[in-house]
Design a protein around this ligand. Structure first.
Ligand SMILES: [Zn+2]
Length: 366
């Protein structure tokens, strides 16, 4: 199998980065289509338009309606075409960015992504998640290329809610362990090839950065400021984890996350919160060393990621075991990345690993 690494062409990060967006946009387009939801537009719309003007890039701004659906993509695409824009800029959270990727792809023009959160590793990827107009999961859209530019303004990211920043660390926590499992199983990654030593090294750096900087960064974000630790975590949550999951592989942690989405009780959780618990469960499945498990548990407890079922919103009830079995079955469905583990995984094993994780988490907390 060939090795494949894919990534955005340019990744730009730092405090005040948005006030330079015009300079980087100018390199690829003279007239751009900018989308953001109402809140983000009022927060940073002026910064972006001033920077574009400063670099003589003309623009058309449009408000995103809040759902990454086929009809919204069609509506925005039509406006883009009638304005003859040469590139798209998406500003905001996951749904806005996914919509921006989709409309740029429809028109075969470059895309610039500027996330206002570091809550997942999706921004750098060649992937969008499509929803129905009512907000139910519809399908994935996969693109032949990653975004042309990903620009993270850390002074904006540091002001976002702490829980979202921590959730980003939960998503990034899985990256190395899933990459390690996927690569030892010799399974293809999302990039469509084998894991390279480069991607594996980035995934490992992602984990090491979280352990070294995560807690310090969380405290700084609680104070509403960006420090060097915050800078390093934003890079780990977004770039290292993004390249890691796409080019080094996914395995059990994300499949177990997907399993938990079948339970109503877990709908209030962020992606990265469920992924963190899925990571611990993957380590139990692999019978990872006590040393490694303790390091991951310590990290989760320090930054505030869930380590027990109760923290996931699941209380002890008659039906609890039945619900965990539902999660286990869903996480082992045919298309799931759990089958990238280096051994065959059954729902019974996942069920046992989830309950063992919960017990270990309780023991760690109390
Ligand atoms: Zn993820």
């Amino acid at each position: 199998m060939l090795k494949v690494i894919q990534s955005p062409s340019k990744y730009i990060q730092g405090p005040g980065a948005l006030s330079h967006i015009g300079r980087y946009t100018k390199m690829i387009a003279g007239h751009v289509f900018v989308i953001a939801d109402n809140f983000v537009m009022s927060l940073i719309g002026d910064t972006v338009s001033n920077s574009l003007e400063e670099h003589e890039v003309t623009s058309h701004f449009e408000i995103f309606n809040g759902e990454c659906s086929s009809s919204e993509i069609e509506r925005l695409s039509a406006i883009l075409v009638s304005n003859q824009c040469q590139a798209v800029i998406g500003l905001g959270g996951g749904k806005t960015l996914d919509t921006a990727k989709a409309i740029a792809y429809e028109s075969k023009i470059p895309i610039i992504i500027s996330p206002t959160l570091a809550s997942t590793d999706a921004p750098t990827s060649a992937l969008s998640v499509l929803y129905t107009e009512l907000g139910k999961f519809d399908r994935y859209l996969r693109y032949p290329q990653n975004p042309d530019i990903v620009l993270m303004d850390t002074s904006i990211v540091a002001k976002a809610p702490v829980r979202l920043f921590v959730a980003g660390m939960g998503d990034a926590l899985a990256t190395y362990f899933e990459a390690r499992a996927n690569s030892s199983a010799h399974k293809p990654t999302m990039a469509g090839g084998a894991t390279s030593t480069t991607a594996l090294a980035l995934a490992k750096l992602c984990y090491e950065t979280l352990i070294a900087e995560g807690y310090k960064a969380k405290l700084a974000v609680e104070a509403g400021v960006s420090t060097l630790a915050v800078e390093n975590i934003v890079e780990a949550n977004t770039y290292l984890s993004g390249i890691g999951f796409e080019s080094a592989g996914l395995a059990a942690a994300h499949a177990i996350h997907n399993g938990f989405t079948v339970l109503e009780e877990c709908h209030h959780l962020y992606h990265g919160e469920k992924v963190a618990f899925g990571t611990l469960t993957q380590l139990i499945l692999e019978n990872s060393s006590s040393e490694e498990l303790e390091a991951v548990l310590d990290f989760c407890v320090q930054v505030g990621l869930p380590v027990t079922l109760e923290q996931l919103g699941l209380r002890d009830s008659e039906k609890l075991h039945q619900k965990i079995m539902q999660v286990a079955i869903a996480s082992c469905s045919e298309e799931e990345t759990i089958h990238n583990m280096p051994f065959a995984v059954t729902p019974d094993q996942v069920y046992a690993a989830i309950l063992a994780t919960d017990r270990m988490g309780q023991d760690w907390l109390y």
